[in-house]
Ligand binder design. Sequence first.
Ligand code: ADP
Ligand code: MG
Length: 198
Amino acid sequence: MPKVIGKNQFEEKAEALESNFDMNIESIKTGKSPRYIEIVLTKQKLPEKITYKEVSSEKVLPADSFYLGLSMEGIVVQNISMLPHMLIAGATGFGKSIFFKQALMSLLESCRHLQMYLIDLKGGLEMIDFAPAPNVKVIKTFNEAVDILKQIKAEMEERFKFLETTDQKQIIPEVHKKERIIVAVDESSILYNEQKQV
Ligand SMILES: Nc1ncnc2c1ncn2[C@@H]1O[C@H](COP(=O)(O)OP(=O)(O)O)[C@@H](O)[C@H]1O
Ligand SMILES: [Mg+2]
């Protein structure tokens, strides 16, 4: 059997290929025949910076979604109903909190039936801009966070029971007259560390 270099091996070496050709890779696909790998190169570069205003004027958010960012193919959005959990990870100063806030902003704009709980155990200052929104609750203390999480867990269990008894798979806010609940935590490690001390 001859040794085959698969598409994934080109993908793994994408950065090296880009520097070799001094171009950016737009896409790597298997060609019409599996003997060919199609690599599309471009001189086009992603901008260093793109503002929320620019993104939102270029692409209107579909319902129940938020902006993920910009790719070579254009602005990428994510629907929240396809994504029950999300973890944002990265080194300090690499833009997690900024990304987190713009995602929350997008969701407040694009979801019609929404309750948002923002857990901010660093005194609530980070989330202060969200506090005036009527469907947002900013939680600043550990005990309050525990109480709210218990209430939401009870609501979640009730919704599971409802889905089971009515033989359905998903809550659709408009149909079931139940609001979408989003719990968002910045610096979730504070929550875990405090828990250990209790
Ligand atoms: N998308 C972005 N574009 C340009 N600058 C950014 C972006 N995201 C973050 N920054 C800059 O980086 C700094 C740190 O971002 P932050 O979200 O607080 O990082 P983290 O939460 O990962 O520690 C911000 O104050 C801002 O100046
Ligand atoms: Mg941060």
